[in-house]
Design a protein around this ligand. Structure first.
Ligand SMILES: Cc1cc2nc3c(=O)[nH]c(=O)nc-3n(C[C@H](O)[C@H](O)[C@H](O)COP(=O)(O)O)c2cc1C
Length: 309
């Protein structure tokens, strides 16, 4: 379902509504086609794509937590050549109304530009999202997003490799998330996605071992909602590019919180894994909320939190 009330223009792209599927929770679309009506959504952010195939982390890869879940998938993906040959053609042939944003990861600064340049001429991509919440193996495992120089280099490298819009996705664990957003924008980012998962550890007390095969993991789901909304509000005041709000969204009013805090788009991950109909329901609930509150265009809500601190 879509209506003009919900249509938004972000980074030069027209979205029929602002509700997307978050990266890593809907693979490359084909896997969930038939379960979710992708064409009813604003778009899909794909699973991460790295230069070479990645097997990912050992099982178990997910565990429930109070108010969410912890995952360590290890960015498993078939690699850029396979995604280009097998997944993007399917998206290009089957998806026209929903937008496609390809999520990119790497172990080195150069990896990001490699993936982006290999996909820059592929059909069916509207934008790239750089996941900088992963360890830079050449810098002792420090996260790209936490290292101002590496962050700027990643974004500049990707910027030089494509004319498509670049979204940069940041971790809520960054000490200065607004500062990181500013570095990304100064280096050429067109939008900021907030937030990735929050690092956590669940212990299986009987075995006295981590519950996840990898050990630590990333927390997602309802528990992340206020964290992501605050990050959105902080970044909104620091940069003047659109924000995609992600983290804990399960209802239309959750989405409205992100919009008021400063987001122009929202994305659902964990709630869509639990209930594949959640994204379409959130589209309907958001439209109903707008109508009930006399909002004629959803973009009017962006950044309209009435609070100065
Ligand atoms: C199983 C799983 C896999 C994920 N994979 C990726 C990924 O490949 N790239 C990425 O940037 N974020 C990834 N994420 C993070 C989500 O896109 C999202 O930022 C996070 O889960 C918070 O949103 P949620 O609370 O709606 O799930 C993943 C999350 C989950 C739960």
């Amino acid at each position: 379902m879509s209506s003009d009330i919900l249509a938004v223009d972000v980074a030069g792209i027209r979205f029929q509504n602002p509700v997307l599927l978050a990266s890593g929770t809907a693979a490359y679309g084909r896997e969930i086609h038939g379960v979710i009506d992708l064409e009813a959504l604003g778009g899909i952010m794909t699973k991460a794509v790295s230069p070479l195939p990645r097997n990912g982390a050992p099982p178990p890869r997910v565990v429930d937590t109070p108010g969410g879940m912890l995952n360590a998938i290890g960015l498993a993906n078939p690699g850029v050549a396979s995604v280009r040959a097998n997944d993007l053609p399917w998206l290009a042939a089957n998806i026209s109304r929903a937008r496609v944003i390809v999520n990119v990861v790497g172990d080195t600064v150069e990896d990001y530009a490699t993936v982006v340049s290999e996909l820059a001429t592929a059909d069916g991509i509207d934008a790239f999202e750089l996941n900088v919440s992963c360890p830079n193996t050449k810098a002792g495992g420090l996260e790209f997003g936490a290292d101002p120089r590496a962050l700027a280099e990643v974004v500049r490298g990707a910027r030089a490799a494509t004319t498509l819009p670049l979204f940069v996705k940041l971790s809520p664990a960054l000490a200065d998330i607004a500062g990181a957003a500013k570095i990304a924008v100064d280096a050429g980012a067109d939008a900021i996605t907030l937030v990735n998962t929050l690092p956590g550890l669940v212990i299986d007390v009987e075995r006295r071992r981590p519950a996840l095969g990898f050990g630590t993991g990333g927390l997602s789901g309802a528990a992340l909602l206020p964290v992501g909304v605050r990050a959105t509000w902080m970044v909104r005041r620091a940069v003047d590019v659109p924000i995609v709000g992600v983290g804990g969204i399960a209802t239309g009013t959750d989405a409205v919180q992100y919009l008021l805090a400063g987001a122009s788009l929202v994305a659902l991950g964990t709630s869509a894994l639990r209930d594949p109909r959640a994204p379409e329901r959130v589209v309907r609930e958001l439209e109903a909320w707008c109508r009930a509150h006399d909002v004629r265009a959803v973009g009017e809500l962006t950044g309209k939190l009435e609070w100065e601190s």
